[in-house]
Design a protein around this ligand. Structure first.
Ligand SMILES: CC(C)(COP(=O)(O)OP(=O)(O)OC[C@H]1O[C@@H](n2cnc3c(N)ncnc32)[C@H](O)[C@@H]1OP(=O)(O)O)[C@@H](O)C(=O)NCCC(=O)NCCS
Length: 272
């Protein structure tokens, strides 16, 4: 009879397991290089072993009161044996023990297997997110932003106010800053002082922005122009994650953005 699977922290020599399982996520993202994995991901990655064999991994982000599950993968040869549920239950306990009260994740909307599993653990779909690919050559096709709208680097002293305004988990902005190469850009509108008119976390190496939020879809060009100033030479497009905002997705698609994926954002309380 098999012993209970073992939930354990990642070690640096687990990189090959990570690469093998990461490919099962079915996303376009390049596999993170080993140095980046060791520096920024291994510390919040756990593996599940059964009979001495790695059968699953989970990667999460620990925020102040929320845990963000970024990846969960079970080896294709070990599926439907309860390992997916087991590793999520284990991470749920770990997040709760660390003081989190809720968990969040994003899943491809077509991934009904994973959605069913998450629902059975108490997570609920909150909103859809459209992943668009916007060609920089389409910038001119968007309406010019109002002269009252300006862009600047986000000021960390405003983290809490911006997290509240954008319904981001507490500590999410500080967590973005810890990762290398991330730019936090904000729009202000002189007609509405203090209001966040737009916000993007832009990673020029990806290249993409998530979150990518506008208060008024008509001002999107201002946020894209602020990002463009940091885009790497030779990059012809940028990925944009548009959450819930159908008007913004429509505006971008009418200008030439291509829909790559639809994902569902889920949230739920952590069992105590
Ligand atoms: C999603 C995934 C992690 C599930 O792992 P798993 O070990 O097979 O899942 P479990 O055996 O623990 O099953 C848990 C529940 O998931 C659902 N489920 C799993 N496989 C299913 C299938 N083929 N069809 C329908 N439901 C399924 C069921 O609700 C199941 O509960 P049940 O056994 O009581 O019916 C796994 O399929 C996987 O790694 N997929 C590829 C990567 C991926 O999509 N990850 C999620 C990205 S956000």
């Amino acid at each position: 009879m098999s012993a209970e699977p073992e939930y354990r922290r990642a070690r640096t020599d687990d990189y090959a397991h990570f690469v093998r399982l990461f490919r099962e996520l079915g996303v376009d993202d390049p596999v993170p290089e080993s140095e980046l994995w060791i520096r920024e991901m291994a510390g919040s990655t756990r593996f599940l072993e059964s009979d001495g064999r790695v059968v699953a991994y989970v990667h999460f982000e620990l925020l102040r009161t929320a845990g963000y599950v970024r990846h969960v993968v079970v080896d294709p040869l070990a599926r439907r044996r309860g390992f997916g549920r087991a590793i999520l239950r284990a991470v749920e306990r770990e997040l709760a023990a660390a003081g989190c009260v809720e968990w969040r994740l994003n899943v491809l909307s077509s991934n009904t297997v994973a959605i069913e599993l998450y629902e059975s653990l108490g997570l609920c779909a909150v909103h859809p997110t459209w992943i668009l690919r916007f060609p920089w050559s389409s910038l001119e096709r968007l309406e010019r932003a109002s002269p009252q709208v300006s862009s600047r680097r986000h000021d960390p002293a405003e983290d809490a106010a911006v997290e509240r305004a954008l319904s981001l988990a507490e500590g999410q902005l500080a967590s973005f800053r810890q990762r290398s190469g991330q730019l936090l850009l904000r729009l202000d509108d002189a007609r509405r002082p203090g209001v966040v008119a737009g916000f993007a976390r832009f990673d020029p190496s990806y290249p993409g922005a998530f979150p990518f939020r506008l208060r008024d879809a008509g001002e999107v060009r201002a946020l894209l122009e602020a990002m463009r100033a940091h885009a790497r030479p030779g990059q012809s497009w940028v990925g944009l994650a548009v959450e819930q905002d159908e008007e913004l997705a429509r505006t971008l698609r009418a200008a030439g953005a291509e829909l790559k994926l639809e994902i569902t954002h889920m949230q739920g309380p952590l069992a105590r």
